[in-house]
Design a protein around this ligand. Structure first.
Ligand SMILES: NC(=O)C1=CN([C@@H]2O[C@H](COP(=O)(O)OP(=O)(O)OC[C@H]3O[C@@H](n4cnc5c(N)ncnc54)[C@H](O)[C@@H]3O)[C@@H](O)[C@H]2O)C=CC1
Ligand SMILES: CC(=O)C(=O)O
Ligand SMILES: [Mg+2]
Length: 373
């Protein structure tokens, strides 16, 4: 198979779909890999390093899209990339389609086979291709929030950990999954007061066991959200209903009741965000103020630490990339129901139930379209 790796073009996105290590594995398995020139520059992987790993280098993205049987990327394809996809071509990347009708329409128009990292599952119910980036974003969320609390960023001027004799900041994490756990860990490390809300009691019990009495664990209800969000200096939005648009848990009214200069970091923005007032921002211009509250809503946070993120992502994606290349997409999907859960678009059919429901499309079960195709 010919695997293509274009350079990412989303704002300030420096990650790359395949590392040189992953390229060498694919070549070892008998595949060809075509990498766009400069694709790895942002993470210190030069064209020469890709050549040494066995890749061929293409002069531009159009050549990669035209030649490849499968495109491996990081972020959702931008409109100009969607227009280069073709019928029967496999796209393996993050998609986040539920809050993105335009991308969904363009992918359906292309006739490609789009497999989303974020809906691939594992036996234990986790999302193995989302979790490495959730680890990164969870850890970054506290750095970003601490920075946004500084006065020159529009923040209230609170130091997260306080100092002896002065109260530490109150950090509230909504959603105690992978992002939430990593945010808690960083916030506790910086000696803030930390509270987590989740609607899974099982998850709250695990977190209580993991972090002990230093963590306040609260079952998430409207009343609890009101109380803890309005009293917080920094709120991290980290909920997920896999594949679906994020529930809007924090209302504009709650923000109005917060201390001016408080900060919200909406990590769930890639699924539409869990604050009523959130809209996506970029690394170039990451924050804005609404209702007196600083909002940080960068949809590709891990792109800011592209080197760590690229390595972490490839550690998780490589076995699936190899399966798709070795067996072809149809057999690879049929052999692994967890990879099959990643199938979001098959030609013009929407094959992820949560996406179909969010955007009003008919849902076509993946087993059915694969059997028919
Ligand atoms: N902005 C960015 O750059 C990045 C964003 N993300 C996003 O972060 C979000 C969280 O991802 P993960 O932590 O991996 O998900 P996860 O599935 O590990 O955790 C989500 C948690 O939210 C909880 N939850 C769901 N609905 C809830 C509700 N109504 N109230 C309270 N809790 C609720 C679940 O019980 C679960 O514990 C996702 O939207 C993901 O796409 C992940 C990585 C990077
Ligand atoms: C998960 C995601 O949206 C990212 O890594 O950019
Ligand atoms: Mg406790």
């Amino acid at each position: 198979m010919l695997v293509g790796v274009p350079k990412e073009i989303k704002n300030m996105e420096f990650r790359v779909g395949l590392t040189t290590g992953s390229v060498a594995e694919l070549v070892h398995h008998g595949h060809r890999v075509l990498v766009e020139t400069g694709a790895g520059d942002g993470v210190g992987l030069s064209d020469d390093m890709y050549r040494e790993a066995g890749a061929e280098i293409a002069g531009n993205a159009a050549d990669v899209f035209a030649a490849a049987d499968m495109i491996v990327k990081v972020k959702e394809p931008q409109p100009e990339e969607c227009r280069m996809l073709r019928e029967g071509q496999v796209l393996f990347t993050y998609l986040h389609l539920a809050p993105d009708p335009e991308q969904t329409r363009l992918l359906r128009d292309s006739g490609c086979i789009a497999i989303a990292y974020e809906t691939v599952t594992a036996n234990d119910g986790t999302l193995p291709l989302l979790s490495p980036m959730s680890e990164v974003a969870g850890r970054m969320s506290i750095q970003a929030g601490a920075h946004a609390l500084e006065k020159h960023m529009g923040g209230s001027g609170m130091l997260l950990g306080g100092v002896p004799g002065v109260e530490a900041a109150r950090v509230v994490v909504i959603g105690g999954g992978v992002v939430g756990t990593n945010a808690i860990r960083m916030a506790m490390g910086m000696e803030a007061h930390v509270t987590v809300l989740d609607r899974s009691l099982k998850r709250l019990k695990e977190l209580d066991f993991q972090f002990g009495c230093m963590l306040n664990t609260i079952y998430s209800t409207r009343e609890a959200l009101w109380k803890h969000v309005t009293g917080a200096d920094l709120v991290i939005g980290a909920v997920l209903v896999p594949g679906a648009a994020a529930p809007k848990l924090v209302t504009r009214e709650m923000l109005r009741a917060m201390r001016p200069g408080s900060v919200v970091v909406d990590v769930a923005i890639d699924q539409g965000g869990c604050f009523e007032t959130s809209r996506p921002t970029t690394h170039e211009n990451p924050t804005y103020v609404e209702e007196g509250v600083v909002h940080y809503c960068v949809a590709n946070m891990p792109g800011g630490v592209a080197r760590t993120s690229t390595m972490a992502l490839n550690n998780a994606t490589l076995p699936f990339t190899l399966a798709l290349a070795d067996k072809g997409y149809r057999q690879a999907l049929l052999d692994d129901r967890h990879l099959m859960n990643g199938l979001n678009i098959f030609e013009s059919a929407v094959t992820c139930e949560a996406v179909a429901e969010a955007l009003g499309y008919e849902y076509h079960p993946p087993e059915q379209v694969l059997a028919n195709g």
